[in-house]
Design a protein around this ligand. Structure first.
Ligand SMILES: Cc1cc2nc3c(=O)[nH]c(=O)nc-3n(C[C@H](O)[C@H](O)[C@H](O)COP(=O)(O)OP(=O)(O)OC[C@H]3O[C@@H](n4cnc5c(N)ncnc54)[C@H](O)[C@@H]3O)c2cc1C
Length: 484
């Protein structure tokens, strides 16, 4: 069977990787590089090994990325346990309380230093609300229960680090489903968090690292996947934007770069708005639902900084939207990741600053020249940290419309999209817009899509593992070769 994968981000590449041993796979990527939101830079040659200037870590508590990395022969690296993050509030940096679920503390006393005594008392005096049936705004739910200060100062910047969105706009069910039972039953969210944290603490004497990356950055998944995909005989075409998709008598016609490609099945692994345009005729019901998934834009500034004899403190900080700052977060990359520290010249550090949230007024930062964006971000970082280090080199990367916003009701929208597509044979959607924005969730969705295409198309030599991963049998030539 011929399968065309549209989009060469992590979702499209994992789909192609899973399908390539069994099918004739072609990946069509609009850009002149693979990886989408996974991208490397050398900061103008200042760090030749390469650093991430897109996604920079993956959840290690979920299995998908660590298993994929192991399958690709890549060794995981972990953040330094010696450094922790802070939050900038009321004009200074505070440690981020550790025993929380997305900022909701097991013990309100743990947030007193950050929020002040009065706001911590408001958290302790949780106001129960009636049970909710559907989905609600995470920020509104927690604000009603525990007060606006906790939401604005801690929950919002923590969630903003993942979605570049505001927690009052985001879905409780889709973003922090662990807290949903308290909303559904009208019971205490503090009590639920106490139980969740007790379970987490009793599960492991030495807690496993929450995040992982790779030497060279999490972007190293991309060349490793590309190499495997090519080795399995699939085609990767760059600079090939798909502009139309139409059902044909015996499958699909994909129009890209002035050519028409006949294929038996299509996996659309692009951002939702591109998917919406491509599906407009082929699957109009799904296309109209896709228009309900908006995206946030953000920008990153990666800076090499001369710190001399005065090393940076901590692994970085978050800034709540209520503080009047230009940057919304900074990561002290060389403190967070020991492999970066080991490769830097003495007396230097790498700092990554992020700018922009969903709903920002247009033309506030989006149109600034890159040098000005980097200058303002660095000046803000200096003001917040109280440091006067010299900027050696900086690189700016805009991520326009890159992060899907899971609004209240998101899960219902995705169920309806999946139901609409179930009626269209040979057409699948993968990507961060549906079942999770993080890398593990993208890998999981890609695995599900690939498994469905393999099983639907009579690949009786393919069996499926308990986790949904297609397994090859001993009769498969590729498997035999890999085991030799
Ligand atoms: C700045 C930033 C930081 C992030 N940090 C993290 C992190 O630390 N950890 C984490 O887990 N997640 C992080 N994420 C989220 C995660 O990286 C993304 O959700 C994930 O990589 C999305 O992968 P994808 O393949 O679904 O989509 P994308 O990466 O968006 O890839 C889609 C691809 O489709 C291509 N395309 C678009 N239109 C067409 C067309 N018409 N024809 C052909 N190709 C097309 C695009 O060029 C792109 O390559 C971050 C995201 C951003 C933007």
């Amino acid at each position: 069977m011929r399968v065309t994968v549209i989009g060469g981000g992590i979702s499209g590449l994992v789909t192609a990787h899973r399908l390539a041993p069994y099918h004739e796979v072609t990946v069509l990527e609009a850009a002149d590089r693979l990886g989408g939101c996974l991208r490397a830079t050398t900061v103008d040659g200042a760090f030749p090994e390469g650093l991430d200037i897109g996604a920079e870590a993956s959840l290690h508590r979920r299995s998908e990325t660590r298993e994929l990395a192991a399958e690709l022969g890549l060794d995981a690296v972990f953040p330094s346990p010696a450094h922790s993050s802070q939050v900038f509030a009321r004009g200074r940096l505070h440690p981020i309380p550790k025993r929380t679920v997305m900022g909701v503390p097991a013990d309100p006393a743990d947030v007193a230093e950050l929020l002040g005594a009065e706001a911590a008392e408001r958290v302790a005096a949780e106001v129960l609300s009636p049970p909710v049936t559907g989905d609600v705004s995470l920020g509104d739910f927690l604000s009603e229960r525990l007060g606006a200060e906790l939401v604005d100062t801690l929950v919002d910047p923590l969630l903003g680090g993942v979605y570049a969105g505001r927690c009052r706009n985001l879905s409780l069910a889709a973003t922090v489903p662990a807290l949903l039972p308290a909303a559904r039953s009208g019971t205490s969210v503090l009590e639920l968090v106490r139980e969740l944290i007790a379970a987490r603490e009793s599960a492991a004497a030495t807690p496993a690292p929450v995040f992982m990356s790779l030497v060279g950055g999490i972007n190293r998944l991309v060349p490793a996947l590309a190499e495997r995909i090519r080795a399995r005989g699939a085609t990767l075409r760059l600079g090939t934007a798909v502009d139309a998709l139409a059902a044909s008598a015996d499958g699909w016609t994909v129009s890209a770069a002035g050519a028409e490609i006949a294929t038996d099945a299509v996996v659309v692994a692009t951002p939702a708005d591109v998917a919406r345009q491509l599906l407009a005729e082929a699957a109009p019901a799904a296309a109209s639902l896709l228009s309900g998934i908006p995206y946030a834009s953000t920008a990153l500034v990666l800076a090499l900084v001369e710190v001399g004899e005065s090393p940076l403190a901590g692994s970085g900080f978050l800034v709540p939207p209520t503080e009047d700052t230009f940057i919304k977060a900074a990561t002290h990359v060389s403190n967070k990741w020991p492999w970066v520290r080991e490769r830097l010249p003495a007396g230097t550090a790498v700092v990554r600053m992020s700018i922009g949230r969903f709903g920002d007024e247009p033309r506030t930062w989006q149109d600034l020249p890159e040098t000005e964006l980097a200058r303002r971000a660095f000046a803000d970082w200096q003001r917040i940290t109280g440091r006067s280090d010299r900027l050696v080199a900086a690189e700016v990367r805009h991520w326009d419309e890159a992060l899907p916003q899971y609004l209240p009701g998101h899960a219902k929208t995705v169920t309806a999209i999946d139901a609409a597509l179930a009626r269209v044979p040979g057409l699948e959607l993968a990507g961060s817009a549906y079942h999770g924005v993080g890398i593990p969730a993208c890998i999981e969705r890609a695995d599900v899509v690939a498994t469905r295409l393999l099983t639907e198309n009579g690949q009786n030599h393919v069996s499926v593992d308990t986790d949904g991963t297609p397994l090859r049998t001993d009769t498969d030539e590729n498997t035999k070769k890999e085991h030799e």
